[in-house]
Design a binder for this molecule. Sequence first.
Ligand SMILES: NC(=O)c1ccc[n+]([C@@H]2O[C@H](COP(=O)([O-])OP(=O)(O)OC[C@H]3O[C@@H](n4cnc5c(N)ncnc54)[C@H](OP(=O)(O)O)[C@@H]3O)[C@@H](O)[C@H]2O)c1
Length: 284
Amino acid sequence: MILVTGAGGAVGTALLGELRAGGHPVRAAYHSPAKTAEASANGIDAVTVDASDPATLAPALAGVDTVFLLGAMGSDQTTRERNVVETAKANGVERVVKLSVWRADEELTPIARLHRPVERALESSGLAWTFLRPNFYMQNFSRQFAASIRSNRAFAQPASRAPISFVDVRDIARVAARVLTSAGHDGVVYDITGPQALTYDEAAATLTEVLAEPVRFVELTDEQARAAMLQRGLPEFYADALIEVSRAYRDGGAETVTTTVRTLTDRDPVTFERFVRDHRASFA
Ligand SMILES: NC(=O)c1ccc[n+]([C@@H]2O[C@H](COP(=O)([O-])OP(=O)(O)OC[C@H]3O[C@@H](n4cnc5c(N)ncnc54)[C@H](OP(=O)(O)O)[C@@H]3O)[C@@H](O)[C@H]2O)c1
């Protein structure tokens, strides 16, 4: 039995679909009781958990061999994920596949510094572990930039000219599904990227071409970007973390393209153009 945490999020939803399509025994852990109810009504083995509260985790882990560990972004993310690791160990889980972040081991960014302590906890836990370290999600465009693309035909970010090998979360889910359902991944770190590295200007050019309407990338100063994020309702911690991430990769460091998706899923990773075509409705 595989427990998928973060099952209602971007990666979790896609992963649940992959595992169910493959006929694998899976339990979905949601935070929102409404999502649990909806999933249960659709015949999914679903539970509600709050990773901040270990008492809610133990029942979800009953009979589970393998955990897909995904922590929702937040200043207490490390604590929540460690709670899952400790409760998993105490409840007889054998293996944890942790969704981490690009270059987590270098702890360059606040987000890497949330993930790396959880990786360390797993390394010393006695549990079998695998780390998935994806680069920036293509879905950041459909989730964070889409409203602005729809209304202003533009998206604004802290200034950046460096290419990034954006990855589609559907590829992350396909990699995770393969790792969760096959042997030979213990103690392995997988760096996951899309098939090419694009600057934000190049991404805007692809959006322009596919949507057949001009879409611009607007460069902001860090201060302007921070103010805009706070105005959109992002918590201060999250806004500061995103600014530091863009600073860390402003002059490069997120452009490497890996073969992980091709090697583990036997198919080429989704291109940015394909991603935009598939999400046309959110941008149009
Ligand atoms: N965005 C990027 O470019 C990027 C790149 C690399 C790595 N990452 C990492 O990816 C992860 C986020 O993945 P995602 O975008 O798929 O997530 P997401 O869509 O934000 O979903 C997070 C899920 O966590 C659940 N959740 C929230 N609070 C919880 C709690 N207290 N206990 C248990 N579950 C809780 C939510 O459940 P409900 O749906 O039930 O409310 C939600 O489904 C982060 O760890 C981030 O660092 C992101």
